[in-house]
Ligand binder design. Structure first.
Ligand SMILES: Nc1nc2c(c(=O)[nH]1)N[C@H]1C(S)=C(S)[C@@H](COP(=O)(O)O)O[C@H]1N2
Ligand SMILES: [Mo]
Length: 394
């Protein structure tokens, strides 16, 4: 089923074939339809700093070299979309809140901006980040390390919107739907939050990212930010919030973003009844310096990066430069917020020239520790093996 939603399969051959199919189906003149011309210009190879994993839908990965600041700039932030990016006209846009509520609402952006605002840094990570590293390979967007970023989000509490509409006691789920529409075999993206997470004070509807209106690709004019949970919950281009007494029946709730209830053998097929919805992110670290393949003289080398753990708190990051035989604690950075990644730094003194593997292993306040080998699963989700970077000293 992953095939249906994630059409970019492992390997370069398949990436090329995506282009080939697009060319065949659309004809070169229709490769850039008018409604997408602005978008693609934005993502043109001349100015685009991100790695283009897919053009339609638009999937852009942040190169690790651009993940070197606590806040990821908007033009470097990864993009993951299942469907064509809609361009929304703010004048005709509105947010509908209905379902099991006392007073269905239609809110314009001005209405939202008049409500009490909240601004908070949250790290978003795609559940499929690191999918490319699973063995055997898993079909889907072949994200390596950069389907993650940390931004300041400004908006309103989802709970305030729901309270304004007045929840009926029958409400158990909140369905989130955006403007994007089904494309080919890919169905509409509708996601659902259990009421508890929807009403949580930290769950927001954001209209700004790093102090600017949301970029089109990241959900303009409004998106959910569901902190600590895999980013598919953070629905973009939001237009409809529906409270319901039952589960949504769509593909993106019932089939996608599910994870085996118990560890499975790599390559195994798992019955749908043995799969449960993903929620929170796992514990993970990313080395942002030095970069893979870097060459440095012997001496003191600064190893740095970020660690995050979804709703949990990072308590420790350890570094190994001897293939995991010994580990030393890194220093954690001062920038911190509940759902934001935390910087780590380590001064590595190395005298002997050679080729070295730098490993980092994060631990959180729930006792979770990054494993040496990530648990394989059919969706290729939550890859979190200790991070590794090979460098040359000498
Ligand atoms: N409406 C809509 N919202 C969406 C998606 C989508 O395809 N449509 N993709 C989701 C997924 S899978 C991820 S990882 C995040 C990515 O957010 P970003 O593009 O701002 O990085 O948006 C989520 N919200
Ligand atoms: Mo995602």
């Amino acid at each position: 089923m992953a095939d249906v939603i994630e059409r970019t399969k492992p390997g370069r051959r398949k990436f090329v074939s995506t282009w080939w199919r697009m060319g065949l189906a659309a004809g070169i003149s229709r490769l850039i339809p008018w409604e997408n011309a602005g978008l693609l210009a934005q993502a043109s190879p001349h100015t685009e700093r991100r790695l283009v994993r897919s053009v339609r839908p638009q999937d852009l990965e942040t190169p690790v070299a651009l993940l070197n600041s606590w806040i990821t700039p908007n033009d470097a932030f990864y993009v993951r979309s299942h469907l064509d990016t809609p361009s929304v006209d703010l004048g005709s846009w509105s947010l509908t809140v209905d379902g099991d509520v006392e007073r269905p609402l239609t809110l314009k952006m001005a209405d939202l901006r008049r409500m009490p605002s909240v601004s908070t840094p949250v790290t978003l990570e795609c559940a499929g980040n690191g999918r490319a590293f699973f063995d055997p390979p898993v079909a889907g967007a072949q994200w390596q390390k950069g389907a993650v970023g940390n931004a300041h989000w400004t908006g309103v509490h989802l709970a305030d919107v729901l309270k304004r509409a007045g929840l009926k006691t029958s409400g158990r789920y909140v369905w989130l739907d955006g403007v994007d529409r089904p494309m080919g075999a890919v169905p509409d993206v509708v996601r659902q939050l259990p009421l508890g997470k929807a009403m949580h004070a930290d769950t927001i509807l954001a209209y700004e990212m790093n102090g600017e209106p949301l970029p089109v690709a990241n959900g303009f004019p409004l998106r959910a930010i569901v902190p600590g949970w895999e980013a598919a919950y953070s629905v973009k281009w939001l237009t409809h919030v529906q409270v319901s007494d039952r589960e949504h029946e769509g593909f993106f709730v019932q089939t996608a973003y599910r994870y085996p209830r118990m560890p499975v053998a790599p390559g195994a097929t798992v019955e749908p009844r043995d799969m449960a919805p993903l929620t929170g992110l796992t514990v993970k670290s990313l080395i942002t310096s030095p970069l893979e393949g870097a060459t440095m003289p012997p001496g003191t080398i600064k190893v740095a990066g970020f660690a995050w753990a979804g709703e949990a708190t990072i308590v420790r990051v350890d570094v190994s430069t001897d293939n995991g035989s010994t580990w030393s604690p890194a220093t954690l950075g001062n920038d911190r917020a509940p759902y934001a990644w935390r910087q780590f730094q380590f001064s590595w003194r190395v005298k002997t020239p050679g080729s070295y593997l730098i490993l980092t292993r994060a631990a959180d306040d729930r006792g979770r520790v990054q494993p040496l080998v990530a648990q394989w699963n059919p969706g290729g989700y939550l890859f979190n093996a200790v991070d590794r970077v090979r460098v040359n000293v000498g």
